[in-house]
Design a protein around this ligand. Structure first.
Ligand SMILES: Cc1cc2nc3c(=O)[nH]c(=O)nc-3n(C[C@H](O)[C@H](O)[C@H](O)COP(=O)(O)OP(=O)(O)OC[C@H]3O[C@@H](n4cnc5c(N)ncnc54)[C@H](O)[C@@H]3O)c2cc1C
Length: 327
């Protein structure tokens, strides 16, 4: 087994779940490994997880507290060079997804994104064609950087160990981080780490059995459920597209919520689809959702044809009102 560098970054001074998942994959490989951590509070976070690591490195400081391609790339390059390990496992977070391809170029390394498995014999796995084909592959080029797909591994319980060696990294940048703004004007409803995904379909905005639409109530029921359960919210394409057609819409949904062939393929343990038909281009995004349930008025909807574990043939308004009482 070749030596591995586990390259992580902090979020708010802590190792995020995606980092602990990458760490657990490296631990299961069983070979020699180094640990390197970047970001605010990196040294403390690295020490809390460095048990079992041969060498441990960190880069921190004001310049490296935020996700910024130039500084992240400079820091990651220094960390990878300091370790010298031929294999680098890093979580496929937005921060590393942006910075590490450029680092690979500088190091003459190979890089693969969305990696879902890696074994001690050097075989990596990932999905292609919108999660339709699973491939297993090896590479001879070293260093080889593998970005591990969040949600694809169990999380490790980190063991504390030696303090890291702090690397000083100099990087000139013209980009100043002034803060963050989010396209969602309201509250956060996409939570990749939540155990449950609630998906809203276009049915919520359609005429109901009284002949009227009830978009306002639909919005309240959905948001109330999301707030109470702290689940993540997803949507079908039809529902997020409706706004472009000037129809009644749920204002808190954006294209970032879209699940499916042309949307995301999230990895929540459970999923509940409401007022969504369960068509193939949507359900292809449910590939990694382990337990699937759906509420639909139509006993012949797509979910019934083997795409869900449980289908409640029922009015989602009524079911969600009952759930609201129970919660
Ligand atoms: C190339 C391509 C890519 C695509 N990519 C995606 C994608 O990534 N994601 C995606 O979602 N779609 C995608 N689509 C579109 C997809 O085929 C469907 O058109 C879309 O998913 C349908 O959305 P929906 O089920 O919300 O709406 P509809 O098909 O309108 O279904 C609404 C459902 O709500 C039910 N309903 C209505 N009222 C109630 C109620 N009170 N209680 C319970 N149920 C109720 C109805 O019975 C109906 O089944 C793609 C299509 C193409 C051609």
């Amino acid at each position: 087994m070749e030596k591995v560098l586990v390259l992580l970054h902090t979020v708010d001074g802590q190792l995020p779940p995606a980092a602990l998942e990458t760490l657990s994959l490296a631990q299961r490989l069983g070979g020699e490994s180094d640990l390197a951590v970047l970001g605010a509070g990196a040294a403390a976070a690295a020490q809390q997880a460095s048990g079992g690591a041969a060498k441990c490195f960190a880069v921190e400081g004001e310049e490296f507290a935020f996700s910024r391609c130039a500084t992240d790339a400079a820091a990651c390059e220094a960390l990878i060079r300091a370790s010298g390990a031929p294999l680098v496992l890093a979580p496929d977070t937005l921060r590393f997804h942006r910075a590490l391809p450029g680092v690979a170029e500088r190091l003459g390394a190979a890089i693969d994104t969305h990696v879902t498995s890696f074994s001690a014999d050097g075989a990596a796995g990932r999905w292609y064609y919108r999660q339709r084909i699973e491939a297993s592959f090896r590479r001879g080029q070293r260093p080889w950087i593998l970005l591990i797909e969040p949600g694809s591994q169990p999380a490790a319980a980190p063991q504390a160990g030696a303090a890291p060696e702090l690397l000083g990294v100099a990087c000139e940048t013209r980009t100043r981080v002034e803060g963050f703004s989010t396209p969602m004007a309201g509250e956060q409803t996409i939570r990749p780490d939540a155990p449950l995904l609630l998906v809203a379909g276009a049915g919520w905005t359609k005429k109901q059995k009284d002949g009227a639409v009830h978009v306002e109530e639909a919005g309240e029921l959905i948001l109330d459920f999301v707030r109470r359960t702290q689940c993540s919210l997803g949507s079908s394409k039809s529902l997020v597209d409706l706004s472009g057609e000037g129809q009644a819409v749920l204002p808190f949904l954006t294209h970032l919520h879209q699940v499916g062939q042309t949307g995301s393929s999230p990895r929540h343990k459970k999923g509940l689809a409401t007022c969504c038909h369960g068509e193939e281009p949507h359900v292809v995004g449910w590939r990694f959702i382990a337990e699937r349930r759906a509420i639909n008025l139509d006993p012949n909807c797509g979910w019934v044809r083997g795409k869900a574990d449980v289908v409640y043939v029922a009015d989602a308004f009524e079911v969600m009102r009952e759930l609201q009482k129970l919660l």
